[in-house]
Write a protein that binds this ligand. Structure first.
Ligand code: 3PG
Length: 216
């Protein structure tokens, strides 16, 4: 697969998403009901973060048992995580950052991948490695929409999925920015709701978000 095809696939996935829930799964048994709850609310593109011991098996279970979900792996910190995501059958990978080693591994992989950036220099390193669709992280904490607009000046061809501090109250404002392709965040899946198995609540929140938010 060429780098351009890989980037196009990522653009298509992100554009189809509008909202990408950032999932931290503590218990494997929550994975499938959680994915089903999100899909039932119209949220199909899911980011399973590699932040817990259960994460990889959780992603594997979602991929096997919830075919309507488009499952990606988040919190990819190094080349090993990237290889793990690829081996799991993830459709895409996302990182909070962009180290030279990770960018090199991602450029050599056919997994659609979004590195994380918060500064112009980080973005320039991502671009030099061939990645023009990036995660802006942590979005609100790094200057919010004002910072994103400032970055759009020197980098007009970059498309961004902001995450970090995004929720029901501000998701629409981010999606209205011309360089935003989708927004990510953990707000659709509060840990307490996952712990208590509040799947109807997660479906309801997802449906509300998908109804109220205009696609990017
Ligand atoms: C991420 O990795 O994208 C963030 O942890 C999500 O940030 P949030 O919890 O503020 O939505």
């Amino acid at each position: 697969m060429t780098a351009a095809t890989r980037q196009e696939q990522l653009a298509t996935i992100f554009k189809s998403a509008t909202v990408i829930p950032v999932l931290t799964i503590e218990r494997l048994e929550d994975a499938v009901p959680l994915a089903r709850a999100l899909v039932a609310g119209g949220v199909r593109v899911l980011e399973v973060t590699l932040r817990t011991p259960a994460a990889a098996d959780a992603a594997k279970a979602m991929i096997a048992e919830v075919p309507e979900a488009i499952v990606g792996i988040g919190t990819i910190l190094n080349a090993d995580d990237l290889a793990r995501a690829r081996a799991l059958g993830a459709k895409f990978g996302i990182s909070p950052g962009a180290t030279p080693g990770l960018l090199k591994a991602a450029a050599a992989s056919d997994l659609p991948f979004a590195p994380g950036i918060a500064t112009a220099s980080e973005l320039m390193q991502a671009l030099a490695a061939g990645f023009n669709i990036v995660k802006f992280f942590p979005a609100e904490q790094s200057g919010g929409i004002k910072a994103l607009r400032a970055l759009a000046g020197p980098f007009p061809n970059v498309r961004v999925c902001p995450t970090g501090g995004i929720g029901e109250a501000n998701a629409a404002s981010w999606l209205a920015e011309p360089n935003v392709v989708a927004v990510g965040g953990s707000w659709l899946c509060p840990p307490a709701d996952i712990r208590s198995g509040n799947w109807p609540g997660i479906t309801a929140m997802s449906a509300r978000a998908m109804k109220s938010l205009k696609p990017a």
